[in-house]
Design a protein around this ligand. Structure first.
Ligand SMILES: [Zn+2]
Length: 350
């Protein structure tokens, strides 16, 4: 388990058991929060499931929405969330739900539950996924490791030969590969993964085709009053790894394309991957210049009044598939794990 996840696990368990989180809530809970979701679908049991953090079950979504309501959170759209921050408006805590990438399971499994709770939600669409041309490289890598019994590749001059015959070996191989690949320039990372996928005979094009909403499906969603369509770039790159003209193109063209095809205003952006290695101060400035009103990262945290001055660098709270428990939900809503993670800072935009 990654260090970040171990820290959160510790936060959930120790603080949940001690009752400290509830006592500290007045200090740690922000004005509101934006939830990050990816897949919502029934659990598929598998020992090797390196992307499991990116999916929750319909039952957990139901539980999360129930917990939000029980704790008095107002379920709001991203526009309303931005309005509340901009106006400095008081009131009950709020939660805005956001779904990244544009998965079809969001419509199949999440939508009926969201509808039942009257929850508005935002779907961040990657145009290349709707076109089935962009690569869900993290799934290509997972599938390659699943199929191969040994991983042979070269990453940044380092020759790797990793056993991958058993589930434990596959987990270890993925954990060794993934962080190394993430440090590469993005084209080199994509080439390395494409090489492994080819050896493993993975049909890389199948992921977007099978999993992602196409334009006609997005068009139907865009007509709904409870759905806001936001942009998640053209090809889902880690923007901070690219030159400025590339980033400008990804941000402006994704907005223009979605607006043209769906006939809606696109005011909101989610930075792909969204951590500090993918989106930093340069991206926040370029997103503003591209005409977005808000943009969300995957930096963990609640929203505080000070975020009114940082609407293009908003933190989110991930409903992480590794922590699908009531105690984890309470810790996320209390906010204490985030203040610990951010070393006490409420605003982290550097
Ligand atoms: Zn994404």
């Amino acid at each position: 388990m990654a260090l970040r996840h171990r820290i959160f696990q510790l936060g959930f368990d120790v603080l949940g058991a001690s009752g400290a989180a509830r006592l500290l809530r007045p200090l740690t809970q922000g004005r509101g929060l934006i939830l990050t979701l990816h897949h919502v679908r029934p659990q598929r049991p598998a020992a090797f499931a390196p992307n499991a953090l990116l999916e929750i079950t319909p039952a957990f979504l139901d539980q999360a929405l129930g917990r939000l309501k029980a704790r008095g959170f107002a379920l709001v759209s991203l526009d309303e969330a931005a309005d509340i921050l901009r106006a400095g408006r008081d009131g009950p805590p709020f939660a805005a739900l956001t779904f990244d990438d544009g998965y079809r399971d969001n419509v199949e499994y999440a939508l009926p539950i969201l509808e039942r709770y009257g929850a508005p939600w935002t779907l961040f669409a990657t145009t290349g996924f709707a076109d089935a041309t962009a690569r869900l490289w993290w799934l290509e890598l997972e599938e390659a490791v699943r199929r191969l019994s040994r991983i042979e590749t070269t990453v940044a001059g380092e020759q790797l030969s990793l056993p991958a015959g058993t589930d434990d070996e596959k987990i270890a191989a993925f954990d060794a590969l993934y962080p190394r690949l993430r440090t590469l320039p993005e084209p080199a990372m994509l080439d390395a993964i494409a090489g492994l996928a080819e050896v493993a005979r993975v049909d890389a094009g199948a992921f977007a085709r099978d999993l992602c909403l196409r334009w006609d499906e997005l068009r139907a969603l865009a007509k709904r009053r409870d759905v806001t369509i936001g942009a998640h770039t053209l090809t889902h790159p880690m923007l901070a790894k690219h030159d400025e003209s590339f980033v400008r193109h990804e941000l402006a063209e994704a907005k223009a394309r979605i607006e043209a095809v769906l006939g809606v205003d696109v005011r909101h952006l989610a930075y792909p991957v969204g951590d500090p290695t993918s989106a930093g101060p340069r991206e926040f400035a370029l997103a503003r210049q591209a005409g977005y009103e808000t943009a969300v990262t995957t930096r963990p945290g609640h929203l505080f009044p000070g975020h009114a001055a940082h609407l293009l660098a908003l933190p989110r709270v991930s409903l992480n598939g590794l922590f699908q428990t009531g105690r984890a939900l309470d810790a996320l809503l209390d906010g204490l794990p985030f203040l610990l993670w951010n070393r006490g800072r409420r605003i982290n935009v550097a």
